[in-house]
Design a protein. Structure first.
Length: 236
């Protein structure tokens, strides 16, 4: 455990100690049960607000940044709970005092609503992570297509006695790949897999000796046809 974490824990514990001491000193006129209840509720509010300061919800090392999408929602529920819980303590301890059991019921309802809110925060965060993962998968397939096509193009450039028609078509195919956008469409995923198979077949053709140029052109045409179909598909 590094120094920063140790200091953060120390500050949190110090703040909690100050809450307890303050209630014990200023709340001597309250019954023990109500005093304990107020300390517990105040501690929950304190932890909700200040743990985030020392243990941020947003992890800068997390590429998904899923916490960003739910951060505003978290603070809304935290704020509403804190205001409501403090209001209940003030009203039912000073303005219109009621017995501890009734106060526990009110605080229990507020805490339940807080948990429901935090559930939605968690769900929102998880959803953001799933969307990022899906988008990353869509991009990775296109990156693999571009890498495989580039490898074939470079291999053709290094080979001798290759007809210009083959190199020109391969160069055009590689350059046109930049016009494809990532897509979560099922048909797009199928076509991308088909393109990878076609480009693999083309790559194997280049290893044959002697080269069968007609077969190479035929395989390039297959890649071009698949590319043309895929280019017309966008995300849902």
């Amino acid at each position: 455990m590094n120094t920063k974490k140790i200091f953060s824990i120390f500050l949190i514990l110090l703040g909690e100690a100050l809450i307890i001491v303050s209630f014990l000193y200023f709340g001597r006129n309250l019954t023990t049960n109500i005093l304990v209840l107020n300390i517990i509720v105040s501690s929950i509010i304190y932890l909700l607000w200040f743990v985030e300061k020392f243990i941020p919800m947003i992890n800068l090392k997390d590429k998904t940044q899923k916490g960003v999408g739910s951060l505003g929602l978290k603070w809304v529920f935290t704020f509403l709970y804190a205001v409501s819980a403090i209001g209940v303590m003030v009203v039912f301890n000073t303005i219109r005092p009621i017995d501890v059991n009734a106060q526990i019921i009110f605080h229990g309802i507020l805490f339940f609503l807080l948990l429901v809110g935090l559930y939605f925060v968690f769900y929102s965060s998880q959803k953001a992570g799933e969307v990022f993962g899906e988008e990353a998968g869509n991009r990775s397939r296109l990156d693999e297509i571009k890498t495989s096509t580039k490898e074939v193009k470079l291999k053709l450039d290094q080979m001798e006695n290759i007809p210009s028609d083959i190199t020109v078509r391969m160069t055009a195919l590689f350059e046109n790949l930049r016009f494809i956008s990532p897509s979560n469409n099922r048909e797009a995923i199928t076509l991308e897999a088909s393109f990878l198979r076609d480009i693999k077949v083309l790559q194997d053709c280049l290893s044959e000796i002697p080269n069968n140029f007609d077969k190479i052109i035929e395989n390039i045409k297959n890649c071009e046809a698949t590319f043309k179909e895929r280019k017309q598909i966008f995300s849902n």
